[in-house]
Unconditional design. Structure first.
Length: 170
């Protein structure tokens, strides 16, 4: 499948330079970072959250896990994790579970973990489980510059952690 047409069209319409990075098939962001030789701090993980009215996307490094209570405090409202079954139709040009970290291309509000601003060039899923999109740091910052930013994740200190997604309530 490679990079989704929605992502390609969005980036090209905005004149943003990007490049694909192929890797072996993976199922989690941690495995993707390892397979593509990209530090987990530079691989953007997209987590879809929801409230009573809409879906949103939280962007954080793959080396971190979401702290849902901190995200709720930051947003000032009750949000929960959305299941892939709930939001998969929003990403109809992507493989199941390979959600690009460009929620705005899909009409979603985005919130960005502050630590991404310190990471340099960034990578994110292109829409399948074998392709990353590479963006220069300034290009990523320009794409998410108007999005809310804050601190809502913690570095995953367990190097054996392989689930790719983990959150805590406190």
């Amino acid at each position: 499948m490679a990079i989704s047409m929605t992502v390609q069209n969005y980036l090209e319409d905005l004149g943003v330079d990007y490049g694909p990075l192929s890797h072996e098939h993976t199922e989690t962001s941690t495995m993707t970072a390892e397979a593509s030789h990209v530090p987990g701090s530079r691989l953007v993980k997209a987590v879809v959250i929801k409230d009573d009215d809409c879906y949103m996307m939280a962007l954080l490094p793959a080396s971190h896990h979401l702290r849902l209570a901190e995200l709720r405090d930051l947003l000032g409202r009750e949000v929960d994790l959305a299941t892939e079954d709930e939001f998969t139709a929003l990403f109809d040009d992507c493989d199941f579970g390979a959600i690009p970290a460009l929620g705005m291309a899909y009409g979603l509000e985005v919130i960005v973990e502050d630590s991404l601003a310190k990471s340099g060039d960034l990578y994110f899923e292109g829409g399948d489980h074998e392709t990353l999109v590479h963006l220069q740091a300034e290009a990523f910052k320009s794409l998410v510059g108007d999005a809310p930013h804050g601190h809502f994740s913690r570095h995953d200190k367990n190097p054996e952690h392989r689930s790719g997604f983990r959150y805590t309530h406190s």
